[in-house]
Write a protein that binds this ligand. Structure first.
Ligand code: DGL
Length: 289
């Protein structure tokens, strides 16, 4: 029997809309509820325990709205909180790390993959572990690039400021003169990566600039398409598919609705018009919307 309940998504802000966009393409009959925790963005510089707490509050809220599955459309929350979320909830939950890691492992030919992500994601080593699970012979270079999320949240996707920030973030992985200082293993000169994984759901919005800095020899991969495919499999496995001809899509933000609308409009045109405010109170407290 068809299940028309929505799929729930959450991220610290607008970045997870990149995953939602791919899901709408891949699963056009599914209704969705997207929760952007813009009030508390960014998650990346925060301690793990705080990110886990925020992730639980977001999923609590989605579950109360009777979602049939949850997509953690945030690498930071996927990297540090996915295990705890799956322990707490019976609803099926998909993260973005494993699908992106698989796609990157399949893409590389020289077995050198770079990952750019938030500090918390890099600290977790979740990508390192997931890519090594796919192919232990791949060298994984993880690089924390905290400058990029605030640019996207501000709707800044191009121009000299963005180009400079992207260059600082990506060049250390290319095997050129700038050394990669925060990697466990350094990249040897002339032995740069051939695959760059965008380990943050905000980064695909900077794809054009990232591709131009990385150059034609580097494949730039993100988790969005692979995550939408994983969600499709999950829905099939659980027999949760919808047969709706006019699915509904609702976006909630803990931050400023006008700012969310403006940024989502700049980034995605009129794809996400139904934005409403939501208040999330700490776990165990009362919440309203
Ligand atoms: N978009 C998120 C991620 O994929 C969060 C970025 C942040 O809040 O720091 O990691």
């Amino acid at each position: 029997m068809a299940d028309r309940r929505p799929v729930g998504f959450f991220d610290s802000g607008v970045g997870g809309l990149t995953v939602l966009r791919e899901t709408l393409r891949r699963l056009p009959a599914e209704s969705t509820i997207y929760l952007g925790d813009n009030e508390r963005t960014p998650y990346g510089p925060r301690p793990d325990a705080e990110v886990v707490g925020f992730a639980i509050e977001c999923v609590d809220h989605l579950v109360r709205r009777d979602v049939k599955a949850v997509v953690v459309a945030c690498n930071t929350a996927s990297a540090v909180a996915l295990g705890e979320l799956r322990r707490r909830y019976d609803v099926p939950i998909v993260g973005v790390v494993r699908p992106g890691a698989t796609a990157a492992a399949l893409s590389t030919r020289n077995r050198r993959v770079g990952v750019i992500a938030t500090q918390a994601t890099v600290r977790s080593r979740a990508y390192f572990t997931a890519i090594k699970d796919e192919n232990p012979f791949i060298e994984v270079y993880e690089h924390a690039t905290p400058e990029l999320v605030p640019l996207v949240e501000a709707g800044l996707l191009a121009g000299p400021e963005v180009e400079a920030a992207v260059a600082r973030s990506v060049r250390p992985l290319l095997g050129g003169p700038e050394p990669l200082t925060d990697a466990v293993f350094p990249i040897r000169a002339g032995e740069g990566i051939d695959t760059l994984l965008l380990g943050c759901t905000h980064y695909p919005l900077l794809q054009e600039t990232i591709v131009s800095v990385a150059g034609p020899a580097v494949a730039v991969i993100d988790s969005a398409t692979a995550t939408a495919s994983t969600l499709a499999s999950l829905i099939e496995i659980h027999g949760l598919g919808s047969d709706a001809t006019s699915p509904r899509h609702l976006q909630l933000t803990t931050g400023d609705v006008a700012a969310f609308r403006r940024t989502a409009g700049l980034l995605f045109g009129d794809l996400f018009p139904s934005v409403e405010p939501v208040v999330i109170t700490p776990v165990g407290g009362r919440e309203g919307s």
